[in-house]
Design a protein around this ligand. Structure first.
Ligand code: ASP
Length: 336
């Protein structure tokens, strides 16, 4: 537990950030204005290697003048449907009871939001999240309620547990040790953020969460403000890695607020990662056990990323093409 002293110290630090940020707000407005004269748009960013393929589907929409919201949904549906991607959607690794439970959320340029958590048997949780956003008076449905709603909307009930995931789960049961491995894909999430030709931002985030998690465990990915946040006047951010640590700092909301105070997307991601690291120190936890990575995009199409451990990458598609970028990290990768 943080002592009162450490709490005050953190409070002072963030207070100082706000005061210093005040001067920068004007600068940021100027920057946004000048950036908006010639913004880098359309553009789409997404987490990890599977982001490359996902970006292609998103780009098909963005390049035709389509809406960022449609692009991010179509983009993340690619790994959701792919049984060889074992950390998202169909083919995702199960929880410790052998159940594939999926989490997803979506946010548009008007701050409409929708989310599902611990959803079983539906291949595209992102589309259920969008239906929650568009067709219910609520923003989040979980478990059986989310499934019932999905079925009422015509989504098909399917077995999502593929033989490879079932085999790994049975092997895992022999020792039953819960140990998410940093950068080895026994977790990972696709988070995608995009700016469309009309200058609007949206984001989507979908995952099967940590492999062999407790039944009912929910990470950051379906939580607006933690795994995803979009503010159409400022920018967007999404996260991957140990969801517990991202939730602890309200990660993506923090990244967007730091951009509002004048930080570049990369500076904002660095600051949020520093917050994760600081809280690990305060709580006397081993930093080597966790990974957290953020990607961020501002209203002018500038982007950046930062992560705790080296090894996180992300894909960016803009008019110069689609490329994979290794994110800089707080802890560098050991030299080979
Ligand atoms: N953030 C996801 C979760 O905690 C997992 C990941 O991205 O690695 O469920």
């Amino acid at each position: 537990m943080a002592t009162r002293k450490t709490f005050i110290k953190l409070g002072l630090l963030s207070g100082a950030g706000l005061v210093m940020g005040a001067g920068k707000v004007e600068a940021k407005k100027e920057f946004a204005k000048s950036g908006s004269k010639n913004p880098n748009k359309p553009i789409v960013l997404s987490t990890w290697n599977f982001g490359l393929k996902a970006n292609e589907a998103a780009w098909d929409i963005l390049n035709k003048g389509g809406r960022a919201l449609d692009a991010v949904e179509a983009g993340v549906m690619v790994p959701e449907a792919d049984p060889t991607e074992r950390s998202v959607g169909y083919g995702g690794r199960p929880d410790r009871d052998g159940r594939v439970t999926l989490d997803a959320c979506i946010m548009d340029e008007l701050s409409n939001i929708g989310s599902v958590a611990a959803l079983e048997f539906i291949k595209h949780p992102i589309s259920v999240a969008r239906a929650v956003m568009e067709k219910t008076p609520h923003v989040m449905l979980v478990g059986d309620g989310a499934l019932q709603f999905a079925l009422s909307q015509g989504f098909k009930k399917e077995n999502l547990l593929v033989p490879d995931s079932e085999r790994e789960w049975k092997e895992w049961l022999l020792k039953s040790e819960y140990k998410p491995i940093v950068n080895i894909e026994n977790h990972d999430t696709i988070g995608m953020i995009a700016l469309d030709a009309a200058g609007n931002l949206s984001g989507a985030c979908t995952t099967s969460g940590m492999a062999f998690k407790m039944h009912g465990r929910v990470g950051d990915s379906p939580i607006i403000g933690a795994g995803l946040y979009v503010d159409n006047e400022i920018g967007a951010a999404t996260a991957t890695g140990h969801g517990e640590e991202v939730i602890r700092i309200a990660g993506c909301h923090l990244v967007v607020e730091l951009m509002r105070q004048g930080k570049s997307p990369k500076e904002a991601c660095i600051e949020a990662v520093k917050r994760v690291v600081r809280l690990m120190e305060i709580r006397k936890k081993n930093l080597a056990d966790i990974q957290v990575g953020f990607i961020a995009l501002d209203k002018a199409g500038n982007y950046g990323s930062y992560c705790v451990q080296g090894g996180f990458n992300y894909a960016v598609y803009d008019k110069t093409g689609n490329k994979l970028i290794d994110a800089e990290s707080h802890v560098p990768l050991p030299k080979k």
